[in-house]
Design a binder for this molecule. Structure first.
Ligand code: ADP
Length: 670
């Protein structure tokens, strides 16, 4: 029988499903995803516009703050002491370096004048002392000569001699005496001298006093002297006082660094805030001196930050025209970030991350990495040419994530809908298929039945007509016709019986009555049933039944029908060799019936199909043999109803063996 759904049919169904279900669903999903994407775009644009306005507002604020700061600097003007401005800028103006030019364009700060070498009048006595101290290392003698010179009317010589003596005493291990002596040079003069060289010599003496003090034993005296000395040095550095003579930048920086070294080596001796201030000022001065060295190469634009690469560190410089001077304000990348704090403040606590980059893309403010596309971007105000501020959403692109989630929900819903429809379609197809198969089977059944019944009916009619019309030679012929009629009649009955069994079976109404029965008896009854048929067809049946076979729990007549059908077939499909064997044996838990013939056999491809209803192998013998293709399907049905199995082994032209295994009755059961 042709299967209800052929391969081509199946393909057509799939194509139909694709067109009717999958295509519209996919189109709908695509449309939904577009809608979600558009929604996301609109929301994003709205937010971007909001942030854009805020960026513009903040840019104005940043510029105003900066201009204010610069204006304050400009107002402060430049006194004769440039440290006044320097201090203000570095300590409270947020800058980290400063260069000043006067109106005629010459550099005012940092100044390069130096009094590092103390001018000392050629003095044979001092020379002699140096000889003794450095060349001959006779510290005692040198100390004596220095002592004599200490009272020289020339202050330079006097200070140098005191320092020399102090040095020698220290080298002789007389540190306390050295301290005593050094104090005279450090604090011996009533006023701060105007002479820069002398001031430098005194600063030098004070530094030396600090290092000598570090070698002495601790004590209150030492403490107070230490304090006094550091304070005196500090006051002479970066002094904002108008008329106080000051050191040149290099000297100042040198002394500041030395003092910082001493303070770092003796922590807790000076106030931390003051040390931090000093450190800041020294760093700024160092930077200013370094930039002064390259200031000629710097561009001339005013009030605009430009980058400076110094010792592999990035700084920014801004040139400003104050009323009487030109200033170059320096600030590091980090320092500048504080000028841009307004951006951080504006967007702090909001779900955005703010990044500021300079004209070369260098990050000045904000995290190095920001997730997702920036939501808004703007240029910084005029003082930051080419700079850009970007805002990105802190938790990545939330719109994108929300949209993706939404689309995923739609897609899964779509997939689920398609799956449900496919499952429903599958179930419906099966149900419809079953119905169609059933109808087709009924039709086939009716067609087959009518066709099969026609042949014996037609033969009987001819025979009866012949008899009725008296076309018979004698009594013997009449009897022969009657015998033939009886035979056809019998065949007809058998067929009808077969059809009825099948029909009952199909309706599943064949209720079997199970009872204890002996396999040998079944085999005997089956043999008895086919006896006449076998005799008529010259078939020879051998029964090999084992002794003491266990009983079966089965419908005796049904199993006899099984064997009769198999024996019938064996004889029907035998050619020359018509010996047929029925074997009955016990297997653990089973009884095995095997019917073997040496007949026409079956090709491999038919082995499975012969158990289907109405299936008949299309060969000449099979066609000649009476049957309607129901025998084996009845056998299979009965065997399966008894929870047994049936199997066939066959070779074309060599015969077949049909083996039926039925479960043996449990001992003691009925
Ligand atoms: P039928 O009434 O045609 O015999 P069956 O269902 O009993 O119907 O058998 C189905 C087909 O199986 C037969 O048409 C025949 O071709 C094949 N067949 C059954 N038994 C044998 C056998 N012992 N040897 C060869 N072919 C067989």
């Amino acid at each position: 029988m042709a299967p209800f759904l052929t391969r081509r049919n199946q393909f057509q169904w799939v194509a139909l499903l694709a067109v009717v279900v999958v295509l519209p669903t996919v189109s709908l999903l695509w449309f939904m995803s577009r809608v979600v994407a558009n929604e996301r775009l609109v929301a994003r644009q709205k937010l971007a516009a909001l942030y854009q306005d805020k960026l513009v507002e903040t840019a104005a604020k940043v510029q105003a703050t900066l201009s204010n700061r610069i204006a304050t600097v400009a107002r402060a003007g430049v006194s004769s002491n440039s440290y006044a401005l320097f201090r203000q800028l570095v300590l409270s103006g947020g800058f980290e370096g400063l260069l000043i030019w006067n109106s005629s364009g010459s550099g005012v700060y940092p100044d390069s004048a130096s009094a590092m070498s103390i001018p000392i009048a050629p003095d044979s006595a001092l020379e002699e002392a140096w000889q003794l101290e450095f060349a001959r290392q006779r510290y005692d003698a040198a100390a004596q000569v220095y002592d004599e010179l200490a009272s020289s009317p020339d202050l330079h010589t006097s200070v140098a001699a005191i320092l020399g003596r102090s040095r020698c005493l220290s080298k002789l291990g007389r540190v306390d005496d050295a301290v005593q002596c050094c104090q005279r040079a450090a604090f011996g003069l009533a006023d701060e001298p105007q002479d820069p060289a002398l001031r430098l010599a005194i600063a030098n003496a004070r530094l030396m006093l600090l290092s000598l003090l570090n070698q002495t034993r601790p004590g209150a005296m030492k403490e107070s002297l230490f304090q006094r000395t550091t304070q005196a040095i500090e006051e002479s550095l970066y002094s904002p006082r108008e008329n106080q003579p000051r050191f040149s930048s290099h000297e100042n920086l040198f002394i500041a660094r030395k003092l910082l070294e001493v303070l770092d080596a003796t922590p807790g001796t000076a106030s931390q805030a003051r040390t931090a201030q000093l450190r800041k000022l020294a760093a700024a001065e160092g930077l200013s001196i370094a930039v002064a060295g390259i200031s000629r190469q710097l561009n001339n634009q005013f009030d605009r930050f430009f980058p400076l690469e110094l010792d592999q560190q990035r700084y920014y410089a801004l040139r400003h025209q104050a009323p009487t001077v030109v200033l170059l304000l320096l600030v590091s990348s980090n320092g500048l970030a504080s000028s841009l704090e307004a951006y951080r403040d504006a967007f702090n606590g909001q779900d955005v991350v703010c990044q500021v980059t300079d004209a070369s893309g260098h990050l000045v403010l904000g995290p190095a990495e920001a997730e997702g596309e920036p939501i808004a971007a703007a240029a910084l105000p005029g003082s930051f040419p080419g700079w850009e501020v970007k805002l990105s959403l802190a938790a990545g692109d939330v719109f994108e994530q929300a949209a993706r989630r939404q689309i995923a929900v739609y897609v899964w819903t779509g997939v689920l809908v398609i799956l449900l429809i496919l499952v429903a379609a599958g179930v419906a197809t099966q149900a419809v298929g079953r119905q169609i198969r059933l109808n087709r089977m009924k039709n086939d059944f009716i067609a087959t039945v009518s066709h099969e019944l026609k042949t014996p009916l037609a033969s009987m009619r001819i025979l009866v007509d012949t008899l009725l019309e008296g076309h018979v030679r004698d009594e013997a012929q009449a009897r022969q016709y009657l015998l033939l009629t009886a035979k056809e009649n019998e065949r007809l009955s058998r067929m009808i019986e077969s059809f009825l069994t099948f029909s009952r079976m199909e309706r599943n109404k064949n209720a079997f009555t199970l009872a204890r029965t002996s396999p040998a008896a079944i085999a005997r009854d089956a043999a008895e049933s086919v006896k006449t048929k076998y005799a008529a067809r010259d078939c020879e049946l051998t029964i090999e039944a084992a002794e003491n076979l266990p009983d079966l729990s089965a419908d005796h007549d049904a199993i006899v029908t099984v064997l009769v059908n198999l024996l019938d077939n064996a004889c029907k499909y035998s050619a020359e060799d018509r010996r047929i064997k029925l074997e009955v044996a016990a297997e653990p838990g089973f009884i095995r019936f095997a019917v073997s013939d040496k007949g026409i056999g079956l090709a491999r491809r038919h082995l499975r199909k012969i158990f289907e209803s109405f299936y008949q192998v299309d060969n000449s013998l099979a066609r000649r043999a009476e049957g309607c293709g129901l025998g084996l399907s009845i056998v299979k049905f009965i065997v399966h109803a008894h929870k047994g199995t049936i199997k066939v082994e066959s070779r074309l032209g060599q015969g077949s063996t049909f083996t039926v295994r039925l479960p043996a009755a449990r001992p003691g059961a009925d």
